[in-house]
Design a binder for this molecule. Structure first.
Ligand code: ADP
Ligand code: ADP
Ligand code: ZN
Length: 216
């Protein structure tokens, strides 16, 4: 089973992808995570991407498509993959189709997480993750059970993304509306789109996604 999770920044894509990894053994392919790793390692791609990511713009289609193409060649994707944050433009969606055909793979579902614009800034600015294992948290919606201790690995170190500030979030929303939302009709025409209420709590969103995956 191969899926795309689509939705604006803060919709819950990463949270739900992590649950699908844990519960179904699927593999999360997050271009945001891959780009942040490249920035941290100061690779040529990272050096190009850094400034764009800081302003909330989109990294070039060539760069992200190249990253995804390489990632799809790793054997673990055979377990089923979850694309999180890719494709983000019509050009990326077209490239993805070409890549999947070349690699003899196919998409089963495109799941759109629908969330009111008004709460997205709040979701994003309250987000933090465990510095050691990457588990995601939120200042109000998902705090660790024991304060300041990661539920999963016990680490006491957490981090916040440089681009999760109110100003950059506005730019990222604008990019989502201008460039990413327009790819939905493309997948609708293929009969792949299912919508999930992303305003529900994390467990309910997860149940709704599981129901879509179990339907066929
Ligand atoms: P995305 O990957 O789509 O940008 P995340 O999965 O990182 O979004 O979620 C953004 C923030 O909102 C995180 O802090 C996460 O813990 C929190 N969150 C995710 N889903 C929900 C939900 N259904 N209800 C409340 N908070 C949520
Ligand atoms: P979020 O989950 O909050 O939407 P991501 O982690 O997916 O954020 O992306 C963070 C940043 O990385 C984006 O604002 C953009 O600069 C860059 N990025 C990630 N994926 C892509 C992509 N597919 N195309 C272009 N830029 C991307
Ligand atoms: Zn942890």
């Amino acid at each position: 089973m191969n899926i795309i999770l689509l939705g604006p920044p803060g919709a819950g894509k990463g949270t739900q992808a992590a649950k699908l990894e844990a519960e179904r053994g699927m593999v999360q392919l997050s271009t945001g995570d891959m780009l942040r790793a490249a920035v941290k390692a100061a690779t040529p791609v990272g050096l190009q991407a850094k400034a764009v990511m800081e302003t909330g713009g989109l990294v070039s289609d060539e760069i992200v498509t190249g990253i995804i193409s390489e990632r799809l060649d790793q054997p673990d994707v055979a377990k089923g993959f979850i694309l999180d944050g890719f494709p983000r433009t019509e050009a990326q969606a077209a490239s993805l189709d070409t890549l999947l055909t070349e690699k003899n793979m196919k998409l089963d579902h495109v799941i759109e997480l629908e969330v009111d614009e008004a709460i997205l800034a709040d979701r994003v600015t309250g987000r933090f993750t465990c510095a050691k294992c990457g588990t995601g948290y939120h200042d109000r919606y998902k705090l660790p059970v024991v304060p300041d201790v990661c539920d999963v690995c016990g680490s006491t170190e957490f981090k916040r993304r440089a681009d999760d500030n109110a100003e950059t979030v506005r730019a990222r929303m604008a990019e989502y509306h201008a460039k990413t939302a327009p790819i939905l009709p493309y997948y609708e025409a293929k009969g792949l789109v299912a919508r999930v209420d992303g305003m529900a709590d994390i467990a309910h969103v997860s149940e709704a996604i599981e129901a879509i995956l179990d339907k066929r």
